[in-house]
Ligand binder design. Sequence first.
Ligand SMILES: [Zn+2]
Length: 123
Amino acid sequence: MNKPHQCDFCSDPVTPNDLSAVIYDTEDFTAPEFNLGFKGAWLACATCAAFIRQYDEGLDDKARKNLARRAVEKHRRKYNIRGMGDVEINKILTQEVARLHEAFWANRKDTPPVPYATMKLEG
Ligand SMILES: [Zn+2]
């Protein structure tokens, strides 16, 4: 059985039953300052996709910040990172994640997101 896919923003598991999850076609890019490389599409769970849509449609200019906050919060729980309860550390991490998301926005292709449920992904 395939491993469940994860949201590329918050790492939540995404299943084909998640009808609001979407895939954004993205150019391959590297983020050297994070020692990370990204290939192809980014998967967004329903919640992250909603933040992205709100930002894209100009409905909420804080949506990108909220997306970064959610990612930090989820990673904090998942990896039980020490010191993450610290307000200053949370602030710094949120800024870093927001910078990474900036790279996503910059490299995203100008095509509408595709519903995850209709896609067949590798892996
Ligand atoms: Zn997510």
